[in-house]
Design a protein around this ligand. Structure first.
Ligand SMILES: [Ca+2]
Ligand SMILES: [Ca+2]
Ligand SMILES: [Ca+2]
Length: 337
């Protein structure tokens, strides 16, 4: 028995060895195994559009075998953790490039000096999905977008930006003015007194404030006083003397018709001249308005005059210029009074 047992054991050993050692036949059989078609891939497994090989109830979408065709904006089958399911793309991502650039016109960043700037539009590369199956909207992207192009620009002479109430959020930039600054007076009841002239000590003054006529409803009234210093120019037998006050006004460039008046009574407007810039055949660029005063050689005299400047058409925020001077009229050039 023991022999038989040993023989059986030997035969079993040989048989096992034969199987194990018979690698060649087994190897020869392996090509037939590799040629078998791969089993269809399950949900979420990677696939290739050219040879999807997904299970019959799945479609190869976004590189994975997916439960559906998953059509629509900002959805995908390859969202991490949800491979094979059609779910919303993660917020801020745009796996299919669904989201195009966003125009942020209507969203305002800040004042930069006198200029209100829009917020910058968002490039497509920065425009992503919202995590709920749609692209981020302008109202989500634009309020935090950076500095964009210039929009409203306030005039640097007669306007100031309304930095408190404008150019933020969706409120456009607003400018305060135009309005009078130096001459916030529209009537003779609110005259603006200009520096006095004195002959011979201070015979000329060139006005250089921010005087302007920003609209046709604006009227500027000024008061000029002329005083007399230590001067003797009395050649008339009557003992009278005569001075001339000459006002020169120039309209700002690119304006229509301005009107300047110089009188001894405020608002009389009898000694006026119309000017325009550029000048025309009818109207020069400069007004030259004289007014003569008669005094006495025996006394120190004072004279007053009133200026009125306004615009008929096409006024400007730019400053108009004027100069006024006083000088004695030579006795030879006029009749003695
Ligand atoms: Ca004015
Ligand atoms: Ca005024
Ligand atoms: Ca005098």
């Amino acid at each position: 028995m023991s022999f038989v047992f040993r023989v059986l054991a030997f035969l079993v050993f040989v048989g096992v060895s034969g199987c194990a050692g018979g690698g060649s036949p087994a190897t020869d059989a392996s090509p037939s195994v590799d040629s078998q078609p791969e089993p269809p891939k399950g949900r979420g497994e990677k696939c290739d559009d050219s040879a999807p090989n997904c299970q019959s109830d799945l479609l190869c979408v976004d590189g994975v075998c997916c439960e559906s065709a998953c059509e629509g904006e900002c959805v995908a089958c390859n969202v991490s953790g949800y491979e094979g399911s059609c779910v919303a793309a993660l917020a801020g991502t745009d796996p299919r490039g669904d989201c195009s650039s966003v125009d942020c016109t209507g969203y305002y960043h800040s004042w930069q000096g006198n200029t209100c700037h829009l917020r910058a539009s968002v490039d497509a590369i920065d425009a992503g999905c919202n995590g709920a199956g749609a692209c981020l909207a302008a109202e989500e992207l634009c309020p935090v977008s950076g500095l964009g192009r210039a929009d409203v620009r306030c005039h640097n002479v007669c306007q100031v930006p309304d930095t408190t109430n404008s150019c933020a959020g969706t409120t456009p930039g607003a400018c305060e003015g135009p309005g009078d600054r130096f001459e916030p007076n529209n009537s003779c009841a609110a005259l603006r007194r200009l520096p006095d002239l004195n002959y011979p000590d201070a015979p000329v003054y060139t006005f250089d404030q921010t005087q302007h006529v920003p609209d046709t409803s604006d009227n500027d009234f000024f008061h000029i006083k002329v005083t007399e210093g230590n001067y003797q120019h009395c050649e008339c037998p009557s003992g009278s003397e005569r001075y001339r006050l000459l006002l020169t006004v120039q309209a700002p460039a690119d304006t229509g018709q301005y009107r300047a008046c110089l009188d001894q009574i405020c608002g009389k407007d009898a000694n006026c001249q119309t000017i325009s810039n550029p000048d025309t055949d009818a109207h020069p660029k400069f007004a030259q308005l004289p007014i003569d005063f008669v005094g006495s050689c025996a006394t120190t005299d004072e004279f007053e005059a009133f200026v009125h400047v306004y615009a008929f058409s096409n006024p400007s925020c730019e400053q108009y210029d004027f100069t006024y001077r006083v000088y004695p009229i030579d006795a030879q050039s006029r009749d003695c009074l």
